[in-house]
Design a protein around this ligand. Structure first.
Ligand SMILES: O=C([O-])C(=O)C[C@H](O)[C@@H](O)C(=O)[O-]
Ligand SMILES: [Mg+2]
Length: 433
């Protein structure tokens, strides 16, 4: 079997004005759909980050993919040569999906997912059953809460209804969480922080705990917005709330900063795990993060960590080191949803509910046949279908691609969006508090 065609479809997906320490989301999130066909008529699909950087990396791998046997993934990776991993591979300064240092890993991840989809279809097995068998039948996800301005995303005739309204206070965040839990059944909660004064974010976490109780583990992620001092203060203030299955995610920048926060919290008898997808972005980072005790929960991602198999490798490595594993997300559609669900199900060490931005996207913008992926009590059940278990709706892909072609931007730039809509002088300052 050989890959006989390779096509990429950039798409634009309506996205509400949600905030993080990187800034503000633009009206459309950018994604890329990859389609591979084989000479015996099997189609494999994948989804990757969007915009020019992602497309350039996919174009660069294309000549090696055309004509390859989809079973030979090791050969593809080694023939491409080792990517340049020198310099800053972190996501401290660049929003996920925009660091050119992991562009190759991300392109490989997309090809790998499409090849696994092909292999699954060829042998009649779901992807997670190709990779040693599933550790679980359903992938649990968490309610991923964002401070946000009013608006549902999209523009003009494409503007979407605002399901969650403005949420810039503890009370409105509790309402957002209630809506999300009622709709999807999530059992764990993640708050994207680094947006408002730390005292307001502390109060938001407390309000969530009062409302939902200790049965819903809580995590907060300010994407490095805090100094070591502030991180220790937040860790101390939320000692109870972040215990029992929660964590403190990327409170401060750099492995050294994280290690210092950990040391100071432990000195006060506070054992809240620190999680990271910013300081730790690849397998090479795991041992240094473990050795310095900077990170107790590593946040995988089958996109920028180099694929589903690397998430599985990461899970095994973390298991051996006694480190936890969870999963990071970015805005995504149903194809990524299934890539993430399969990655979770083949990773025995994944004991936390994974992140997903999926509730922030809408039914109108889904690209898979049959509408959106469903959650059952907060989890995505692996369908009894071969490969990833989904097919593309090409009319929808065409519609979202047409929309992409009309946009004036080709990369995610949350700081520029912040200057346009909130504060013309806004700069990303780290630490801000
Ligand atoms: O866990 C994280 O760091 C993220 O989810 C990063 C994302 O880019 C998030 O900050 C966002 O969507 O703004
Ligand atoms: Mg994070």
């Amino acid at each position: 079997m050989r890959i006989s065609s390779f096509s990429i479809h950039p798409v634009a997906v309506a996205d509400p004005p949600i905030r993080s320490s990187y800034g503000l989301h633009s009206p459309y999130a950018l994604r890329t759909i990859l389609i591979l066909n084989t000479d015996d008529g099997i189609t494999g699909i994948a989804e990757a980050h969007g915009g020019d950087g992602s497309i350039a990396a996919l174009n660069a791998i294309q000549p090696m993919v055309l004509g390859m046997d989809p079973f030979q993934l090791h050969a593809l990776w080694s023939n491409w040569g080792k990517p340049d991993t020198s310099g800053d591979r972190s996501q401290t300064w660049m929003v996920p999906g925009e660091n050119p240092r992991d562009a190759r890993t991300r392109a490989f991840a997309a090809v790998e997912a499409a090849c696994l989809d092909i292999i699954g279809k060829a042998v009649g097995k779901p992807v997670c059953d190709l990779l040693g068998g599933r550790a679980r039948d359903a992938a649990p996800f968490s309610a991923y809460l964002f401070y946000k301005h009013a608006g549902g995303g999209g523009e003009g005739a494409d503007a979407r209804e605002d399901e969650y309204g403005e949420c810039l206070s503890p009370e409105t965040m509790v309402r957002q969480c209630r809506q999300m839990i009622e709709k999807y059944g999530y059992k764990e909660i993640k708050l994207k922080g680094g947006v408002l004064e730390p005292e307001i974010e502390i109060e938001t976490i407390r309000a969530l705990r009062r409302e939902f109780g200790p049965g819903y583990p809580l995590r907060i992620d300010p994407n490095c917005a805090w100094s070591v001092e502030t991180s220790v203060h937040v860790g101390r203030s939320l000692r109870e709330e972040l215990s029992g299955g929660g964590y403190l995610e990327d409170p401060t920048a750099s492995m050294e900063g994280m290690a210092e926060v950990r040391k100071r919290l432990l000195a006060e008898g506070i054992d809240t795990p620190l999680a990271s997808n910013v300081a730790v972005t690849g397998l090479d980072d795991v041992v240094p993060a473990w050795r310095t005790d900077a990170v107790q929960v590593v946040l995988s991602d089958p996109h920028y960590w180099g694929g589903i198999r690397n998430v599985q490798r990461l899970s095994d490595l973390c298991d051996a080191l006694g480190v936890g594993v969870s999963m990071h997300s970015n805005n995504h559609l149903g194809v990524s949803m299934m890539i993430m669900a399969h990655a979770c199900c083949v990773s025995p060490g994944m004991h936390f509910a994974c992140d997903t931005h999926y509730p922030w996207q809408s039914e109108q913008d889904e690209v898979i046949e049959g509408g959106r992926v469903k959650f059952v009590e907060g989890a995505v059940v692996i369908p009894d279908k071969p490969g990833l278990g989904i097919e593309l709706d090409m009319d929808q892909v065409g519609r979202l691609e047409e929309r992409y072609n009309k946009l004036t931007y080709r990369k995610r730039d949350d700081a520029a969006e912040m200057r346009k809509h909130v504060d013309p002088a806004w700069q990303r300052i780290l630490p801000r508090w």
